[in-house]
Each structure stands twice: as structure tokens, then as C-alpha cells.
Ligand binder design. Structure first.
Ligand code: GFB
Length: 384
């Protein structure tokens, strides 16, 4: 029997943490497949808090953003809309709603999970048909329960194989509640490649605006990620500096870590001088007006670029697609500097690690004004 694992993430979480939760679930499915045949159902992308463009951004399949063939080389995956066809009206068996222990962690890390009363309001409700329903159309469940958990994803392997042995499909709506685990996350991470369409839009921007192409930049990739192994220093990068400047809600949540636009421009000027570069690519969620505050403080001899998808790109790939194109361009720069604590910047670090950049050119972050020696991002060395 082919069994299916569905998952989702707390609706408030952003795109790049969701990508991280995918790694945990994919690795769980990897472990399960050593014992039984399991397929991971990719949750359709629905309107996220940060996606503000005036285009329809609901029920977006993963192939819009990622290369499904590459994901499938790590574990069997299926798009949500294809799973709905497989279901053919049949309910799934179990929805397990993970939550914290209400009483806290208890000071000592032990892996555990227990059936508990639900802590929060959740979107699941039982109707007269006896089935559990929620915001996903066309999908119901026979059983629902809340489970308090503190564990790595590997802890769930035995639970799924033994405790839920009769379930053909199980859903974890709060996948972010389980932690990373024993498998090398890098294998799963390497399997998450961007869709060829988005890569090609990013490459076109690199070549027309930034004099950047894979051959000269030493960033040619193998078609099959399993065959790609790079050492630090193999990649050179295009002749531009890339900066990720996270603004908007970060200005409130992380104001102690964010530079003013003036300070960011000063730092950009310094790096450009050091590296003798004349172009800077800025990825940001800042408003146009805020970005002007940066530009006026960058040396006049420097060309400043930002990628903003035209209407067609936005309609087809949404804000998620534009963000990926930004990340792709940042990943190919000679030098990258990002925003402390932003998962958007973290995903760029990983992309550059896969491409084989020297770590000094990747793990850099802007400092808050007045503290030029702030803590820099920790280095996550690729392991093959
Ligand atoms: O990706 P994300 O989870 O990263 O959320 P953080 C930030 C979102 O803002 C991205 C947009 O997914 C994009 O939609 N965004 C940010 C950008 N920077 C850029 C950029 O340079 N270019 C483009 N095109 N879009 C966390 C959130 O954000 O911040 C949490 O996940 C919470 O929900 C926390 O809001 C404060 O880790 O930066």
C-alpha cells in the first residue's frame, strides 16, 4: 500500500521558513521509505502575509516555484491537487495537530509526544457526517486530535508505522512544531531546486544588467543535483555585489539588528571599494521611497539594480516567484551581504554554499547603526 503524508505550516509563517519545514517532512518520508512506501503531499501555496501584489495567489502548486523532478530524486512527492484526484472523495484517516506542551519544556530536552486537549483555536470542525472539515476544500478526515510534542522528525517514524499502521493518509497541519533531526539536511536541501522558468528569468537579468553568466562566473550546475559536488572557492560569481535588505515587518520585530538605509549604503560603498566592483544588486521588500534613501547615499559612479517582475511575471509566478528570482540573482553575486535573522537571507547562503562560493563572500550581514562589529551569520558548511 502506498501511504501519504500531508503537512502544513502555521498560517502566519513566511515562505522561507516553510521551505525549511519541507526539509524536515521530506527527511521523515525518506526514513519511512526504508520500511514502507510513503509519498509526501506538497501543500499548495496559499496567500501568505508578505504577498501583497494585486494578483491571485491561492492554491499555487509547487511546480510554479520548484523543480518537482529534483524533489522526487530525494523522496516521492505529489502535488496537492494530484493527491485530491487520488483521494477521489475518500477522507484521509488522521489529522494530528501538533502543539507545544502547555506547561513548557520542563527544562530538560527529552523527546516526547502526548495526546492533549487543544491549546489553541484551530480551524478543524466536525460536521454531521462525522468527518472533520477545514479550510482545504475537497478534503476531510475520519479522526482529528491535538498532540503536544517536543521531538525531532525522526521520532515520528515509529508513530506513523506502528501507532497509525492502519491509516493510508495522515496529515500534520503544524509541521513547524517538529525539529530538525539526524539526517543530513543538506541532501534534502540540495534537492530543492528552483523551477527552470524562474532560473531562466533570473539568468536573463544577470546577463543583460549585471554582465553575469554561469560560464564566466564559474557557477555552471549539474542537471542532476546528486552529481553536483563543489568545494569552497570553485565559484567566482558575477561582477556585482548583492545585498538583501529586509524591511517592512522586520523593522518592528528586529529593529535592534537592522541598519538605516544610510548606514546600509555606507557599508555597500565600502565593500564595492574593497572588491573594485561598480554594480550592486539590491533585493528588498522596501518601498520605492525607502529604496531612494539607499540610492542617494551610494556613490554616484555605482549602478544600482533591483528586480521587479513585470505584470506578466507577477501574474504567472506571484510574489513568491519574484522573491525566488531575487534570491537566485543574489546567489550568483561575487559577494553577498544579507539581513541578520532573515530566513530569506539564510536560503541565499545555502544556495551559495551549493554553488561553491568561498564562505567569506557569503556569510555577511549588515549591522545596526553604530555597531560595525555585530555578530555575523553562522556558517553552515555543506556536507555531501
Ligand atoms: O521569506 P520570509 O519568511 O523571510 O518572509 P523572513 C519574508 C517575505 O517578504 C518573503 C518578502 O517571502 C518575500 O515575500 N521579501 C522579503 C522579499 N525580502 C524580500 C526581497 O528581498 N525581495 C522580495 N522580492 N521579497 C520572517 C517571516 O521573514 O519575518 C515571519 O517569515 C515573520 O513570518 C518574521 O514575519 C518577522 O525570515 O525574512
Amino acid at each position: 500500500m502506498n501511504r501519504f503524508l500531508l503537512y502544513d505550516v502555521n498560517p502566519g509563517e513566511g515562505f522561507n521558513l516553510r521551505r525549511d519545514v519541507y526539509l524536515r517532512m521530506a527527511n521523515l518520508v525518506k526514513m519511512l521509505n526504508k520500511v514502507q512506501l510513503w509519498t509526501l503531499v506538497l501543500p499548495a501555496w496559499n496567500h501568505l502575509y508578505h504577498w501583497r501584489s494585486d494578483v491571485n495567489q491561492t492554491n499555487i502548486p509547487w511546480y510554479t516555484f520548484f523543480d518537482i523532478g529534483s524533489l522526487n530524486k530525494h523522496v516521492p512527492v505529489i502535488e496537492f491537487h494530484d493527491f485530491v484526484k487520488v483521494m477521489d472523495g475518500r477522507p484521509i484517516d488522521d489529522v494530528i495537530y501538533f502543539q507545544h506542551y502547555k506547561e513548557g519544556w520542563g527544562g530538560k530536552w527529552v523527546e516526547k509526544m502526548d495526546d492533549r486537549e487543544c491549546n489553541d483555536n484551530h480551524p478543524f470542525y466536525q460536521l454531521e457526517d462525522g468527518l472533520w472539515h477545514w479550510y482545504m476544500p475537497n478534503i476531510t478526515s475520519v479522526r482529528f486530535k491535538c498532540v503536544s510534542i517536543q521531538a525531532e522528525y525522526s521520532f515520528l517514524k515509529d508513530y506513523l508505522i506502528h501507532n497509525l499502521s492502519n491509516s493510508w493518509a495522515v496529515m500534520f497541519p503544524r509541521g513547524e512544531q517538529v525539529m530538525h533531526g539526524e539526517y543530513s539536511e543538506w541532501t534534502a536541501r540540495r534537492s530543492v531546486r528552483f523551477s527552470k522558468d524562474l532560473v531562466s528569468i533570473g539568468d536573463k537579468f544577470r546577463s543583460t544588467m549585471l554582465d553575469s553568466d554561469d560560464f564566466r562566473d564559474q557557477t555552471v550546475m549539474e542537471d542532476n543535483w546528486k552529481k553536483m559536488k563543489r568545494k569552497h572557492g570553485d565559484a567566482l560569481g558575477g561582477p556585482y555585489l548583492a545585498a538583501h535588505l529586509r524591511r517592512r515587518d522586520f523593522l518592528y520585530g528586529h529593529q535592534d539588528k537592522l541598519p538605516s538605509m544610510k548606514a546600509a549604503a555606507q557599508r555597500i560603498n565600502e565593500i564595492l571599494d574593497d572588491l573594485h566592483l561598480k554594480k550592486v544588486f539590491v533585493a528588498t521588500d522596501a518601498s520605492g521611497e525607502e529604496l531612494e534613501g539607499l540610492k542617494i547615499n551610494i556613490k554616484p559612479s555605482v549602478e544600482v539594480y533591483r528586480y521587479q517582475g513585470d505584470k506578466n511575471v507577477l501574474r504567472k509566478y506571484g510574489d513568491g516567484g519574484v522573491a525566488i528570482i531575487d534570491q537566485w540573482i543574489c546567489a550568483h553575486a561575487r559577494y553577498f551581504i544579507g539581513t541578520t535573522s532573515s530566513t530569506f537571507s539564510f536560503r541565499i547562503h545555502e544556495e551559495r554554499e551549493i554553488l561553491g562560493f568561498r564562505q567569506e563572500t557569503t556569510y555577511n550581514a549588515f549591522c545596526v547603526d553604530g555597531n560595525s562589529a555585530c555578530e555575523q551569520p553562522s556558517k553552515w558548511k555543506i556536507i555531501y
